[in-house]
Design a binder for this molecule. Structure first.
Ligand SMILES: N[C@@H](CCC(=O)N[C@@H](CS)C(=O)NCC(=O)O)C(=O)O
Length: 202
């Protein structure tokens, strides 16, 4: 029996999980979930109700996107997204943590600014911008976030920058974040990204 991935096509957490699973070549079945009507079987094994969730054949349940990425890459990591160097691995995880804990809540306020009318959309965007500036500085060295090649950090973070760019593409593409734009465009133009964004049945 193959592991079963509960996923939601546009969710950046689910996208990063699918990227790692796909590059690893590990076979899983994927079930697209409606966030408004989550499957009972998924909630039974993961009551917190977020996607992605991966149910393994041995009954183990992985309910964090990063755990799913690590699980896949520990089996096969052909592009060396993980790094055996402890310093690189720590820096990778700390940048991803900053994305998930600092940037993501600000991205949500920007994306859903109409629901938070106490400030304007541009105010929320400015609050999030220091993270973009940090990434821009990193990318201006050699086009990668760290270690001179794509790593887990690039793959775990770009789905969120994509979401940010989609709020107001005109603003994003006219911004001064030239290296960030190039990096994002390259990753969203990749065959890997296209393959994980294919519409699935169910
Ligand atoms: N920390 C979780 C976060 C996952 C998450 O928040 N996923 C969102 C979709 S992008 C979700 O399922 N939200 C529940 C809902 O909207 O009902 C992870 O890394 O997997």
């Amino acid at each position: 029996m193959k592991p079963l991935l509960y996923s939601f096509r546009r969710c950046p957490f689910a996208i990063r999980a699918r990227l790692a699973i796909t590059i690893s070549g590990v076979a899983v079945d994927t079930q697209e979930v409606s966030l408004r009507a989550k499957p009972k079987e998924m909630l039974e094994c993961s009551p917190k109700g977020t996607v992605p969730v991966l149910m393994l054949a041995n009954g183990r349940v992985l309910e964090q996107s990063l755990d799913i990425m690590h699980w896949a890459l520990l089996q096969c990591d052909p592009e060396r997204w993980l790094d055996s160097n402890h310093i690189v691995a720590t820096e990778m995880m700390s940048l991803i943590q900053r994305n998930d804990e600092w940037f993501k809540p600000k991205l949500d306020l920007y994306k859903y600014s109409v629901r938070f009318p106490e400030h304007s959309e541009s105010y929320y965007r400015e609050q999030a911008e220091p993270f973009l500036a940090d990434l821009e500085a990193r990318l201006s060295n050699d086009g990668y976030l760290l270690a001179g090649r794509y790593t887990l950090a690039d793959m775990a973070i770009f789905p969120f920058i994509r979401q940010f760019s989609n709020v107001d593409p005109e603003w994003f593409y006219a911004s001064s974040y030239r290296h960030l734009i190039q990096w994002l465009d390259h990753l969203i133009g990749s065959a890997l990204f296209h393959s994980v964004m294919q519409k699935t049945e169910g």
